[in-house]
Ligand binder design. Sequence first.
Ligand code: HEM
Length: 331
Amino acid sequence: MEIMNLLTSLIAIMILTLSALGFAFTPLSFLLTTVLPYVAFATFLAGFTYRILSWARVPVPFRITTTCGQQASLPWIKNSPLESPSNVWGVIGRMALEVFLFRSLFRNTDVVIVGQRPVYGSAKWLWFFGLLFHWSLLTIVLRHLRFFIEPIAPWINGLSAIDGFFEIGVPTLYLSDVAVLTGLTFLFLRRVVAPQIRYISLFADYFALLLLLGIVTTGLLMRHFFPADLLHVKNLALGWVTFAPALPKEAGPVFYIHLCFVFTLMAWFPFSKLMHMGGIFLSPTRNLANDNRMKRHLNPWNAPVKVHTYEEYEDEFREKMKLAGLPLEKE
Ligand code: HEM
């Protein structure tokens, strides 16, 4: 019944939409602009910190190396400083490539059985659409800072100008909006269409994608079909960051749905797989230099162990062993 996971996440999104409309058309709308932003943000911060600290506390007594590159050893053996870094600069390089370019996903492979033999081929689609989605999401979030900063920093205007470079339509269609929608649609269809991926997809997998799709769709609807009062939105956003939250005016149901989705995303984030955003930096296979041949790594948590050597054992039982005819190292 793997389809149930998809259905329940669709229902969850519908419940969220209805709750947002509930906020929009009742006196409770003040909650959405004055209380929930803080609840969501505080949950995000506290949860994020808690998860990071609990990962950071896990002992990593030895280097977990990945073996896809030659480690640094003798001077005449060519090593691979990014695959198997031996110092902190190499680790920073490897991490940067991972974070900015999803380098290990680039190595993703596909397997097909030909005759009775598995044949591996390259599979770059996930890498491509994954990268497209993440970069465009970052661009959108950075562009949104225009609501929270006054005067708007020139780089935000610059970013928006580049993003709307082709000046398609009025208001301009942002490239990042098209890209994020394309990326998310691929990631979603991949889970629904490919039977193997559908089989391993959980509620949380669909929910993350649908929630993001919901945020993007409502954002696009606001920008191109049901314009929000941007002055009021800016007023609200500035009110949040200056701890003087404003009461809502008639901002339109789409805006409330957009906000409700965003707050849900924020509050759920630390408890979801989306925490890979912070977790990547604590991943031992990415953040530890492979310097096993240069340094001896001792486990600092090793408790002193009381050992009983064979010599001591023989001393203790020599007479009995002799009687039993057992061979002895020392007579
Ligand atoms: C995870 C956070 C968020 C994401 C991913 C997101 C995504 C989007 C997207 C894709 C659009 C379409 C137009 C564009 O790209 O600018 C949009 C528009 C919009 N968003 Fe968001 N949004 C987020 C948070 C927020 C927040 C916190 C607010 C409230 C201040 C907000 C208010 C708006 C408004 C008013 C528009 C319409 C902008 C326009 O007409 O130009 N969004 N959003």
